[in-house]
Design a protein. Structure first.
Length: 405
């Protein structure tokens, strides 16, 4: 990010930011005016809130979950006491890690996965172990084989959490296959032999499917509400500046997470919650999401087309074709290191284009870590910059041939 700021000519396909032109200025202004236009609602929004979050917003979110998950009206009434509003979904990821993990505990993650999450897990002194993925996301056979190995090694009691980015994942753009969602819950419960192994479903990109359709969440298949932690955010679907997300917790984690959150902040931004509640109520949020789907579908198609034009005939080069979200996962020949000390990264900087090295997205275990991947994000650049960025990346790749033994 600093490199991009230091060199305005640099085209960044790296930062996972939303399209700046798409930020909802008018809807937010209307919501703010509505909140402050009524003295009672204005004073309430400008006062301290509660640790668990604004009651009106939380109730509205429960009703939205019922619609999204094809549930009957009132079916999720019991969810309300387990729903917490957070400072984006990142805070919830941190709170869950703090509540659950001791040094030496184990978290199983997709390989590759959201690299910021691995950082906070390692900061707790826990082990992160990667599990194979494919075009359907987390490979459940590989997950079970990992659990079997850990049991044989005597480490199953240390496994506390399975982490999945279920929709249009960061970094690959791949979603967890619909027919793997219920089996993932069943598998986690079956392997919870002396303690509950939780599934953390990071659904940060839910709603941004280009088709507008998404399957039932993993959380929906946890009928008893004891296994799956659902993490959602408005950062990608509305505005990261409001820094607001929400989660639904299993009963056993409600008190520990709320206690920690109270120590952190006494509750998330009360004013931002009131603004979002108003935007959800008046239809502005749904209109924004519908528009964003078109914005990102178009930009994704542009970058995919440019990659095909400039790299389509290069042997050993491939990429994912996402159906939503913000990311494309690029694979280059195994002999070409895409890391920050590798030849492609330096050549890309010379060609004034930036990407995220894929090595960051892999856990050290079980190893070895692949070094021939890159994450591309089409959120920030405009369409012309996406085309030019792909052209520059192709030029950087071509220039590596003579420099790699």
């Amino acid at each position: 990010m600093k490199r991009a700021l230091d060199n305005p000519r640099l085209i960044s396909l790296a930062a996972g930011f939303v399209d700046p032109a798409s930020l909802p200025i008018d809807p937010t202004r209307r919501a703010v005016d509505a909140v402050l236009g009524d003295p009672a609602s204005g004073r309430k929004a400008l006062q301290y809130g509660t640790t668990i979050g604004d009651p009106s917003l939380r109730s509205r979110l429960v009703r939205r979950l019922e619609l999204e998950e094809n549930a009957l009206p009132g079916q999720f009434e019991g969810v309300l006491p387990r729903m917490v509003v957070t400072n984006g979904s990142q805070q919830l990821l941190y709170l869950v890690a703090e509540a659950l993990l001791d040094p030496g505990d184990i978290v199983l993650v997709e390989s590759p996965t959201y690299f910021v999450f691995m950082g906070l897990i390692e900061a707790r002194g826990a082990r992160v172990i990667g599990v194979e993925t494919d075009q359907g996301g987390l490979n459940l056979e590989a997950l079970e084989a990992t659990l079997e190995r850990l049991e044989a090694e005597g480490d199953l009691p240390r496994v506390k959490l399975i982490y999945t980015v279920s929709e249009h994942s960061n970094p690959t753009g791949i979603s967890l296959a619909e027919d793997r969602r219920a089996p993932l819950v069943e598998l986690a419960n079956r392997w919870s032999k002396d303690h509950q192994i939780f599934v953390l479903e990071d659904a940060a990109y839910r709603g941004l499917s280009f088709s507008g359709r998404e399957p039932s969440s993993v959380w929906r298949h946890d009928e008893e509400g004891r296994c799956v932690i659902l993490a959602r955010t408005f950062s990608k679907s509305f505005s990261p500046g409001l820094k607001t997300g929400f989660g639904v917790l299993p009963e056993a984690l409600v008190d520990p997470v709320l206690s920690l959150k109270g120590d952190h902040d006494f509750g998330s931004n009360n004013f931002a919650q009131a603004v979002l509640d108003r935007a959800l109520a008046d239809g502005s949020y749904d209109a924004q999401v519908a528009w964003l789907r078109e914005v990102y579908r178009t930009k994704c198609d542009v970058l995919l087309g440019a990659l095909e034009e400039h790299l389509g005939d290069v042997e050993g080069v491939s990429w994912t074709v996402p159906t939503g979200g913000l990311y494309i996962w690029l694979t280059v020949p195994e002999w070409l290191d895409t890391g920050k000390d590798g030849p492609l990264f330096s050549r890309a900087l010379e060609h004034e284009v930036l990407y995220v090295p894929g090595v960051y997205a892999f856990a050290d275990e079980p190893g070895p870590v692949p070094t021939n991947h890159a994450r591309l994000c089409f959120g920030v650049p405009d369409e012309d910059q996406l085309r030019e960025g792909a052209r520059r990346l192709a030029g950087a790749l071509a220039s590596c041939g003579e420099h790699v033994a």
